[in-house]
Ligand binder design. Structure first.
Ligand SMILES: Nc1ncnc2c1ncn2[C@@H]1O[C@H](COP(=O)(O)OP(=O)(O)OP(=O)(O)O)[C@@H](O)[C@H]1O
Ligand SMILES: C=C(C)CCOP(=O)(O)O
Length: 250
């Protein structure tokens, strides 16, 4: 079983405080991940590391930069967060290894992502847990733009033919107007009215972007909070199941 798991930047960092890691949350995630026998790819978001640098330099998923210093500001911040995650995972016995998208991924002029996944597949075969992160990537005719962890998840889910996809976020699922968790989303229009951006500085779209991305996948995807991570990794679907029209379980 191949599982792609995103740890939201809002969960693993204190999103309101620049470059602050939520160590307790990373430790809880690591302990849960250490228990799974599945082949697991982890992707993490930017939280208080990537987004404010991107915002400061005016870089988004579509607005690019040709300023190398801006690229390294965003990328280096994400590498610092990635190193913190990988280190703590290894401390818990997880065979985590870092993968930095800037080094391998690119977008064409239309913004379509190419992320070679052969190395990641071999990491899985060899028992490693690749840990990727939202990043800045080169973009034809635009310089470099932001690649969100959510987009990475979607790309990897398809290229690795993942069986399950999970997004662990700061909320227990997608919430309706009464703040109740919506059990299942099949169509964007059914929930568009309750979907907002992110509470914090976030250049990649918050919850609305997440739901749109996940609806396009062929594997069923689940959005849940960190308390439900052990349950997700044990095979359950806590929180909100996002099952698009192309999803296998239809
Ligand atoms: N209907 C909704 N239900 C739940 N959360 C919502 C909703 N609308 C907007 N949000 C916001 O979306 C946020 C989750 O998106 P966000 O992009 O912050 O997540 P993340 O993936 O954890 O972080 P990052 O993008 O840094 O990786 C929630 O914390 C909440 O503020
Ligand atoms: C801002 C950067 C570099 C990462 C964006 O990834 P996300 O937090 O998953 O949206």
């Amino acid at each position: 079983m191949t599982v792609v798991l995103k740890l939201g930047g809002s969960v693993i960092t204190e999103k309101s405080e620049p470059e602050t890691v939520a160590e307790d949350v990373i430790d809880r995630a690591a302990a849960a991940i250490a228990e799974t026998d599945d082949e697991l790819v982890v992707v993490h978001g930017g939280g208080s590391f990537g987004h404010h640098h991107a915002d400061r330099h005016g870089v988004s998923t579509t607005d690019g930069t040709r300023d190398a210093g801006a690229v390294t500001d965003v990328h280096d911040a994400m590498k610092r967060l990635n190193a913190a995650v990988v280190d703590r995972f290894q401390d818990h016995g997880v065979a985590a290894v870092p993968v930095h998208p800037l080094s391998v991924a690119s977008r064409d002029e239309e913004g379509t992502l190419t992320l070679p996944s052969g190395g990641i597949a071999t990491m899985l075969d060899e028992g490693f847990v690749p840990v990727l992160h939202g990043d800045v990537v080169v973009h034809a005719s635009t310089g470099a733009t932001i690649l969100s962890g959510d987009e990475l998840v979607a790309d990897l889910a398809e290229s690795l033919d993942a069986d399950r996809v999970g997004l662990c976020s700061a909320v227990p699922g997608v919430l309706d107007e009464s703040d109740e968790v919506i059990a299942r989303i099949d169509r964007f229009d059914d929930v568009a009215a309750v979907l907002g951006g992110s509470d914090a500085t976030d250049v990649t779209g918050g919850m609305a972007g997440k739901v749109r991305t996940l609806l396009a996948l062929s594997a069923p995807a689940v959005i849940f909070g960190v308390d439900d991570l052990p349950s997700f990794l044990a095979g359950s679907s806590p929180g909100t199941v996002v099952a698009g029209e192309s999803t296998d379980d239809h």
